[in-house]
Design a protein around this ligand. Sequence first.
Ligand code: DWN
Ligand code: ZN
Length: 406
Amino acid sequence: MDNRCRICDGMVKGAVDLGMQPRANAFPLPGETSDEFFFRLTVGMCDSCTMVQLLEDIPQEVRYHDGYPYHASGSAGHRRHFEGIAETFLEAELTGRDPFIAEIGSNDGVMLAKIAEAGVRHLGVEPSREVAELSMSRGVQVLPEFFDESTAERICAEHGHADVVFGANAIAHISHLASVLRGVERLLARDGVFVFEEPYLGSVVAQTAFDMLYDEHSFVFSVRAIQAAAERFGLELVRVEHVPLHGGSMRYTLARPGQRPVSPAVHEWRGLEDAGRLAEHATLEDFGRRARRIGDDLAGLLGDLRAKGHRVVGYGAPAKAATVTNYCGIGPDVVPFVCDSTPSKQGRVIAGTHIPVKSPKAFSDDYPDYALLFAWNHAEEIMAKERKFSERGGRWILYVPEVHIV
Ligand code: DWN
Ligand code: ZN
């Protein structure tokens, strides 16, 4: 299956096929599963600009609806991370007279609430109503819309140019990325910066984190592909920082060409990517083969445990759980429920496989023999919280970077 690149119109050749998948964050009610939406989850790389992207795309209005269930404030680690980013902006970028910051996909205001507290002019652009309202209740100004070139024009007319445009786990979700980059270029002040952090292709590939692929991740960014995209839209990649969130993300800083010095890290990461052949089709195909083996290993382990009469329950209902359960054919017969601390997911089921989502109390009320950790990127926080489970002999099953039990 081939397609045209959303950035440069080059040819995108499919390399990883994870089969028919639902919308990862759909979380239907148990009675709403009869007409679920499925699409073929195939990921490929552009022959020309090397951008890794989904071949088939789902309209954004279907993905980011009013009841979008993911809350970025849902983990203490994430809250600290985003508050730290806000503090850095306040100290290093928002220091002029009456500065202005805009955030694309501001979710529940986890970052902007700190900016609002400091009394700095800001605007979150967030189309999902429930999370937008949550952020408003935290004092954040929100434009409840999708960000694109025309939104940028209007923001600019109303608020003036932005010193900072920020996005976290949002920019790689937007299939009209070309329009976003044109909009950011329009919105940024002369020496403004566009800072965004997204799951990093190098980390996804190195850990065979195939569950990071789902409908919302229209792209998986690399330094090389972002550098090329920035140039195409009149910007320059001036800084990259690897951050631990979501199993390994990269924070990119774009500026107008020549406005900021290019940090040596940009060349270093490019060098690492070239040495690791990250921008090669064969690398993605190999990733797909490893994903198949890990998926088979996991299904095999769960089958063995079940045959021996062990009880396995899922921990966390991240978007990733939809990919892995649908890919491996894990249903409620194998994992009777998952627990998750997000109230808007509880009482619902994982899309496609229909595993019920319950509150963490259901886990601690009757500990299983094994807990399958779907939220593996929060392992430290969750295992610390559920210390008692391990103390009573419970074991954790992880499948990144390989299937293993701890
Ligand atoms: O791009 C996206 C990323 C990067 O974040 C999204 N579109 C949505 C989201 O993906 P995710 O759903 O895979 O994110 P998380 O942060 O891995 O989700 C963790 C899940 O685990 C949440 O539903 C909350 C839950 N959780 C829990 O039940 N107990 C988390 C912690 C820390 C806990 O202690
Ligand atoms: Zn391209």
